[in-house]
Design a protein around this ligand. Structure first.
Ligand SMILES: NC(=O)c1ccc[n+]([C@@H]2O[C@H](COP(=O)([O-])OP(=O)(O)OC[C@H]3O[C@@H](n4cnc5c(N)ncnc54)[C@H](OP(=O)(O)O)[C@@H]3O)[C@@H](O)[C@H]2O)c1
Length: 324
């Protein structure tokens, strides 16, 4: 197995200020990488945590990049041997113009990144996709375990106006097709719902999942199986798939399957005084259980769910995110 860094010590991470990318950059800096981080607005307070990371002053350089502006993407990737394409719109609320706000930045944005990687001679690209690209499939037989061979049903995503899932499905499919056509080494990682402490000052969409339950402002939710993964374990998975030569194709990164009502029961037991947790559970349209065996075979390990929950809740409390 190839050792850390042989693919290159200078890497680019897109969407640097976001939840997942911030943890990835912290890990890359701790492992001695030089990082080009892309942000849309370097002077915005939401990106202020990045230059405070350990070793950031020596090894992190921020670039002003809009995914739809190819030249800005190319400038950030120039000189890098590896790229982690993390940036993609993750809307927390309904969007009014899905094509412009979600689909184009995800799909054209990914193609811009891959074209720039080809132009620069990047050795490996790790694209952060999502289980949203493989699990939105109402015809899936209940009880059958889902692996990397599955793709979300684009038509169903469209009918249900699930623009985020549609964007991730289209973007990942384009990325793998591009890789094959242009002989670019692309690996995709498909995380499930990501939780854990945040580095960034603003709250991202997936962190709202636990925060709204804990604050008692969530009235109802589908009682489906969530496959929760810790953001720190996801960062490990991204580095692992970058550093391991034999990694190829797609990797599901989803650790702990738990039904929504069991998760809420766990939180109730752990934090009984928090609120009265009066959530109404509704029947989901379909259920699926995912496997991360392929990633585990590369050596990926993840922490227990309890640890992720405790660390998340303690972080939210400290940061004031649980105050109504
Ligand atoms: N969190 C999860 O539960 C989860 C699960 C599965 C997959 N993922 C995937 O993980 C990746 C990161 O998600 P996250 O949770 O870290 O979300 P996040 O905190 O919202 O980060 C998304 C990042 O993408 C950037 N971005 C969006 N549109 C852009 C554009 N047009 N040009 C340049 N940058 C753009 C954002 O920049 P600004 O800060 O400027 O808006 C932000 O830095 C995404 O690809 C997401 O689909 C996340």
């Amino acid at each position: 197995m190839e050792q850390a860094g042989e693919k290159g010590r200078k890497v680019c991470v897109t969407g640097a200020g976001g939840y997942v990318a911030s943890w990835l950059i912290k890990l890359l800096l701790a492992n001695g990488y030089q990082v080009h981080g892309t942000v849309r607005d370097p002077s915005n307070e939401r990106n202020s945590h990045l230059m405070k990371l350990d070793k950031a002053s020596e090894n992190l350089r921020l670039f002003k990049v809009e995914l739809l502006d190819y030249d800005s993407v190319l400038a950030a990737i120039a000189g890098c041997q590896g790229v982690f394409h993390v940036a993609s719109p993750v809307p927390a609320t309904k969007v009014s113009n899905p094509e412009e706000e979600v689909i184009a930045p995800a799909v054209t944005g990914t193609l811009n990144v891959l074209n720039a990687c080809s132009a620069v001679g990047v050795k490996r690209v790790v694209v952060v996709s999502s289980v949203a690209a493989l699990a939105i499939k109402p015809q899936w037989p209940e009880g059958q375990v889902m692996d990397e061979g599955s793709w979300s049903d684009k038509e169903y995503c469209q009918i249900t106006e699930n623009w985020y899932c549609l964007s991730k499905t289209m973007a990942e499919a384009e990325a793998l097709e591009y890789a094959e056509k242009h002989r670019l080494d692309v690996v995709t990682v498909c995380p499930s719902l990501v939780i854990g402490p945040m580095q960034q000052p603003t709250v991202n969409a997936s962190s709202l999942f636990l925060i709204t339950i804990l604050r008692g402002i969530r009235e109802s939710m589908e009682d489906r199986i969530h496959h929760i993964v810790d953001v720190r374990d996801l960062a490990d998975a991204l580095l692992l798939t970058y550093e391991t030569t034999e990694a190829s194709g797609r990797y599901i990164c989803a650790s702990h399957p738990i039904k929504a009502h069991d998760l809420v029961d766990m939180l109730k037991k752990m934090y009984p005084d928090n609120n009265d947790y009066r959530i109404k559970f509704t029947e989901p349209d379909f259920v699926y259980v995912l496997t991360s065996e392929k990633l585990k075979k590369l050596g990926w390990r993840c922490r227990p769910l309890e640890e992720s929950l405790v660390d998340s809740v303690e972080f939210y409390k400290e940061a004031g995110h649980l105050e109504n």
